[in-house]
Design a protein around this ligand. Structure first.
Ligand SMILES: Nc1nc2c(ncn2[C@@H]2O[C@H](COP(=O)(O)OP(=O)(O)OP(=O)(O)O)[C@@H](O)[C@H]2O)c(=O)[nH]1
Length: 390
């Protein structure tokens, strides 16, 4: 028996339209099912789409001869960009990049590859190279979601270096197609815009970091609140509210699992409080709770049901263990004092046990356990009684 029964069945919802189902199947086939890997594969696919457009534009330039492109160069660069982009997408889609702890998105590698494509395109585009510079910014935008500020600055410097060298080489090698004064302006624009992207990426990285921290804090606070709501502050056992919820959930199940309810009550607890003080009474409850949890570990669920009363929920298959463990505990309490420093403090308990029957509700089982406990008290305490059928 688990601490909580399986969650309620999902409400019946309308079946989505066939077109939606087909789209979902296609998207699963294309991007995979792992949510994180899907995002990575989607970004790589987007980049591949960008390379496709770039390759097509190069072919368009060759056919119209508007930019006097070298057809062989255009083919090679197109092929390079599609091959590289395709490899990155396949790597993400296959999931092998998940093993790369530091950069499973391959962001830096993809950006560096993008720089190489842009530099090559810039070198052959001639009069169309202004458009290539726009694509350069697009490549940097891809890093905004994954890079740290430091990584963004590093890549910016590499970008300025690669593009600066390309511009210089073209200005020196083909001064008619790449006039040096124009290349200077292009370089100045690029060298200003690229670091700006690095600054923005750094800001978004710290925002991401803050959000991540807040999410972790919220999760910890929610877990803490849940613990407070379900546990008794004194004994740290499950509290009555949690047990009532648990019983209600079992009761709602079509077939209530075979259960045993045991109610345990400390004998003459008022006398312990009156003669030793409330704090000693508290210590007795804490110590007894610990002993009971040790005697009846999972799958038993031990809880504090009320003041000096405990409720134990056990699967029917563990019925013998309940009576044996409680008997062992009862005898142990006689042999050595529960609290060190209080050798004369005698603590005993009475218990009532009821097995849930198919023809009754769990509330009725609980009532029978309570009646059995009452009988144990009436029989002189320090005993366990099994509930009768009714
Ligand atoms: N120290 C302490 N005492 C508590 C706590 N909760 C309830 N009590 C006390 O538990 C005592 C219960 O007394 P009774 O209901 O008369 O039960 P009892 O003295 O154990 O008598 P029997 O159950 O008939 O054996 C009361 O005096 C409550 O004040 C608690 O958290 N700490």
């Amino acid at each position: 028996m688990s601490a909580l029964p399986p969650s309620d069945p999902l409400p019946v919802t309308e079946t989505p339209a066939a077109a939606v189902q087909a789209a979902a199947r296609w998207s699963d086939w294309l991007l995979g099912r792992d949510p994180r890997q899907r995002v990575r594969a989607f970004r790589s696919l987007l980049a591949l789409l960008g390379y496709c457009v770039g390759a097509l534009l190069l072919q368009f330039g060759v056919h119209t001869d508007s930019y006097r492109l070298n057809p062989l160069h255009a083919d090679l660069i197109g092929l390079w960009s599609l091959l590289g982009g395709g490899c990155f997408f396949i790597a993400q889609r296959s999931g092998i990049t998940r093993r790369l702890r530091h950069d499973p998105s391959l962001t830096q590698a993809q950006i560096l590859f993008g720089f190489s494509v842009i530099a090559l395109m810039y070198a052959i585009a001639g009069p169309g190279r202004g458009a290539v510079l726009i694509m350069l910014q697009l490549i940097l935008v891809f890093g905004i979601f994954n890079l740290s500020g430091r990584q963004a600055w590093g890549l910016s410097l590499v970008c300025i270096l690669i593009m600066g060298c390309t511009m210089l080489a073209m200005a020196l090698g083909q001064p008619l197609r790449y006039p040096p004064d124009q290349e200077f302006v292009h370089f100045a624009i690029m060298a200003t815009a690229v670091p700006m992207m690095a600054v923005l990426t750094g800001q978004i990285a710290s925002l991401r970091e803050r959000l991540k921290r807040q999410r972790l804090e919220l999760r910890a606070a929610a877990a803490h609140n849940l613990r407070l709501a379900q546990h008794d502050a004194l004994t740290q056992l499950y509290n009555r509210g949690y047990m009532q919820e648990l019983l209600a959930r079992y009761a709602q199940q079509h077939h209530t699992p075979p259960l045993i309810i045991t109610l345990i009550d400390v004998d003459h607890f008022k006398t312990i409080n009156d003669s030793h003080g409330h704090s000693v009474g508290d210590a007795v409850l804490i110590a007894l709770a610990q002993h009971m949890q040790q005697a009846l570990p999972s799958p038993h669920v031990v809880s504090r049901w009320g003041g000096e009363e405990f409720l134990v929920l056990s699967p029917l298959s563990h019925r013998d263990q309940v009576s044996k463990s409680l008997e062992v505990l009862r005898v142990a309490l006689k042999q050595r004092p529960l609290l060190t420093g209080y050798p004369d403090l005698e603590v005993t308990f009475s218990a009532g046990v009821a097995t849930h029957r198919e023809d009754e509700t769990l509330a009725q089982t609980l009532t029978r356990a309570d009646q059995a406990l009452y009988t144990a008290k009436a029989d002189g305490r320090d005993v366990m009684r099994i509930a009768s059928r009714f």
